[in-house]
Design a protein around this ligand. Structure first.
Ligand code: GLN
Length: 491
């Protein structure tokens, strides 16, 4: 068994026990990236020398007893929309192609503080807008389970890198499903925590009221350990919450006695692939066998969630992306006549098609005359969605639903039909609109051998139950241990 087959916590324990050194683990990961990145393109930037130097430093600190996190010394990779001081952070865009931040995101600082070795920056949809990781200026990422398929998006590089055993965990971001949906397409575990629990300082904004950073890893336990390290109040992010750091990993029991799980029938209707339905419902039975009580319930919002999300996300994006004008930082077009021409040329040539589509849509829904009809209406719908979840959580501790309507599509299939791609976010976007925690965990393979994900959603700050249920499930199933065929796993 290769070092890369260990979970992050297993590797952390071996490092602590002195059985594996941090440079040894880092070398193994860099070799795996070297061997696989040409085919799956999960990384935009690989930090070979920097990671090895960091590994040596961290090993010394661990040996001196200065780093005690269970993840100390475990190498990871970070989505390329999270600022890393002195390391290029492109957001998978041409316009930020030469942007090297002079500061670390809070996330990066916290990873540094526990002794995480950063292997590189991960590919994604440009500015995190997409569901396939095909809109990257640096070329699409491919799904390690089937290279003709997408890994999902926008954190497709993160999910692919974990699935392909190129790192032990990865950090992604989720505005409307970008951690959970790629996790489901690539057979890994990914959690979007409650809005505000992880600081967004230094996360390049897409839609600020929805954006949230979180981990993708092999197990719910690993995700809990990462959240323990990265969550908590940050004075530099006014929306960050004062949740205690630590405690999630220690709180995982595996005992679900009496936990009430609702299965919203609205999420299992038309448009859902029959294999996904079958596997997710089978997951309910496993949870019941561990002591949970599951029953059908209603969540009558499904027809509104995608339109409301795309109006709000695009509106915020149009405002957030106005800062990329070719003046302050980033790429600047050549051959402009005056300032307006500089803006026009830089933004026309610097942004890709999907990003421009969102900026146009967002500007439209915010313009006078349409604001009330679209943007204000979408905010009202958001409130309705939130109260539908509130009602459900009066009766249930968790809701179980699919993560995505179908397994990973082939490359190119979604680009030709953006509306179809937007609809594939139907099970994830409502969770962001309501600010709730949601985890996707592997729950089966399709007849084609593609991973399928089940999603567990909890009330605000209900991470503990979300992670406990996922952990209890993983204690008695082995879907999360499967690897793509080239790594000796499922054929
Ligand atoms: N697919 C969704 C979108 O394109 C979600 C993206 C995300 O979560 N960053 O907006």
């Amino acid at each position: 068994m290769s070092l890369l087959d260990l979970t992050a916590l297993e590797l952390g324990a071996k490092i602590k026990a002195g059985e594996v050194s941090v440079p040894e683990a880092t070398r193994a990961a860099l070799d795996a990236i070297e061997a696989k990145n040409a085919e799956n393109n999960a990384f935009i930037t690989v930090l070979n020398d920097r990671a090895m130097a960091q590994a040596e430093e961290i090993q010394k600190k661990i040996s001196r007893g200065e780093l005690t996190s269970p993840l100390a010394g475990v190498p990871l990779a970070i989505k390329d929309n999270i600022c890393t001081k002195g390391v290029k952070t492109t957001c998978a865009s041409k316009i930020l192609g030469d942007f090297t931040p002079p500061y670390d995101a809070t996330l990066t600082e916290r990873i540094n503080a526990i002794g995480g070795v950063v292997l590189g920056k991960l590919n994604m949809d440009e500015f995190a807008m997409g569901s396939t990781s095909e809109t990257s200026f640096y070329g699409p990422t491919r799904n390690p389970w089937d290279l003709s398929r997408v890994p999902g998006g926008s954190s497709g590089g993160a999910a692919a890198a974990v699935a392909a055993r190129e790192c032990w965990y990865a950090i992604g971001s989720d505005t409307g499903g970008s951690i959970r949906q790629p996790a489901s397409y690539c057979g890994v575990t990914g959690i979007k925590p409650t809005y505000g629990t992880v600081s967004r300082y230094g996360l390049i904004a897409y839609a600020s009221s929805l954006d949230q950073i979180g981990p993708l890893a092999r197990t719910a336990e690993d995700c809990a350990a990462v959240l323990d390290a990265i969550q908590g109040k940050d004075p530099r992010d006014g929306t960050s919450l004062d949740v205690p750091a630590g405690g999630l990993l220690a709180g995982l029991t595996g005992d679900l006695t009496g936990m009430r799980i609702g299965i919203p029938t609205d999420c299992f209707g038309q448009g859902l692939d029959s294999q996904v339905r079958e596997k997710v419902l089978a997951a309910a039975e496993v949870l019941t066998s561990r002591g949970a009580v599951a029953e059908e319930c209603s969540l009558p919002i499904m027809e509104y969630v995608v339109p409301a999300y795309y109006i709000i996300a695009a509106a915020e994006a149009s405002s957030n992306l106005s800062r990329f004008d070719g003046v302050k930082y980033g790429w600047r077009a050549e051959g402009y006549a005056d300032l307006t021409d500089l803006y026009n040329k830089t933004r026309t040539q610097g942004f890709g098609t999907e990003v421009k589509r969102r900026i146009l849509l967002g500007t439209f829904v915010l313009s006078s005359g349409y604001y009330d009809a679209y943007y204000r209406k979408a905010l009202q719908v958001k409130a309705v969605i939130k109260s539908a979840f509130d009602r459900a959580f009066e009766r249930y501790d968790l809701l179980l639903m699919p993560t995505a309507p179908a397994p990973a599509p082939r490359l190119g299939e979604s680009l030709s039909d953006p509306l179809q791609m937007y609809l594939s976010d139907i099970y994830t976007v409502s969770v962001n609109l309501a600010g709730l925690p949601g985890i996707s965990l592997p729950c089966g393979l399709s007849a084609d051998g593609l991973p399928i994900g089940a999603q567990l959603v909890g009330p605000a700050l209900g991470e503990r139950n979300v992670l406990s249920a996922a952990h209890a499930y993983q204690q008695v199933t082995d879907w999360h241990t499967l690897a793509p065929a080239e790594n000796g796993g499922a054929e």
